[in-house]
Design a protein around this ligand. Structure first.
Ligand SMILES: CC(=O)[C@@H](O)[C@H](O)COP(=O)(O)O
Ligand SMILES: NCC(=O)COP(=O)(O)O
Length: 241
């Protein structure tokens, strides 16, 4: 089975926000991503608006030719925005104001009734709901119970680990991807993936889509955005063969 690549463009918005300029253009970047092989565009509208802005979500919704995957916190404000903009996919992620980046998965087990309600509301807007969770059985079961169609397994711990510890994380993701698939969930994965650590994750046959941003945007400094995307996609496809 094939494997899809979603490009996270938050990090392009970060460059713009740090100077308050109107460049680099997120529309130009997103369209170039799509032209270069991205299967979807991921953007995280953080509560503190540190990179993606509300207007970006609105404008990109009318321009993307693939799919928009809107990452957002499980808050009333974000649900209202998603219900208005209607991206094809919404991924609920945990957020801490002070964090440098997303540190772990959403704790679904501790807020089942709230996440259930959000899934119902988003589904009413024809949005496919994904939950960004750690590769843990109780979180996967809770995601299923809440009615999410997709889980995105957080690969940050795998990406940050080395040697034996990384293999242990890989095994955990592998077992949990198989389990999530067996109970009817679509399995995506992402966070911290690079050209150096992608192959073992992309080899897992249950994984449908990988969302990658930071390492691709960083690599683009040296080889162009289009080439950086193609390099990653080629590695993913090679891993599947
Ligand atoms: C949920 C996730 O993994 C991405 O949204 C990632 O967090 C994007 O980068 P920032 O953490 O810099 O917003
Ligand atoms: N959901 C993960 C994502 O969108 C990309 O994360 P990163 O590659 O920027 O760490």
């Amino acid at each position: 089975m094939g494997i899809y690549l979603g490009i996270n463009i938050d990090h392009i918005a970060t460059i713009r926000q740090v100077r308050g300029t109107d460049y680099p253009s997120l529309v130009e970047a997103a369209l170039l991503c799509e032209k270069s092989g991205a299967d979807s565009i991921t953007l995280h509208l953080r509560e503190d608006r540190r990179h993606i802005q509300d207007a970006d979500v609105e404008i990109l919704r009318g321009k993307l030719t693939t799919k928009m995957n809107l990452e957002m916190a499980a808050t009333d404000e974000m649900i209202a925005i998603a219900s208005k903009i209607k991206p094809q996919n919404c991924c609920l992620v945990p957020e801490k104001r002070e964090e440098l980046t997303t540190e772990g998965g959403l704790n679904v087990t501790s807020q089942i009734s709230k996440i259930c309600d959000i899934c119902i509301q988003l589904k009413m807007s024809n949005i496919i709901v994904s939950l960004f969770i750690d590769a843990q059985k109780d979180q996967i079961d809770a995601a299923k119970q809440c009615g999410a169609a997709v889980v995105e397994l957080h690969t940050g711990h795998y990406a940050n680990a080395t040697n034996e510890a990384q293999l242990t994380e890989l095994e955990r993701i592998k077992i949990m991807a198989t389990y999530a698939r067996s109970i009817g969930l679509q399995v995506n994965a992402g966070h911290g993936l690079t050209l150096g650590n992608i192959t073992n994750i992309a080899k897992l046959p249950e994984i449908v889509e990988l969302n990658i941003g930071h390492s691709i945007i960083s690599r683009a400094i040296f080889v162009s955005l289009g080439t950086a995307i193609q390099e990653m996609k080629n590695l993913m496809i090679d891993a599947r063969q």
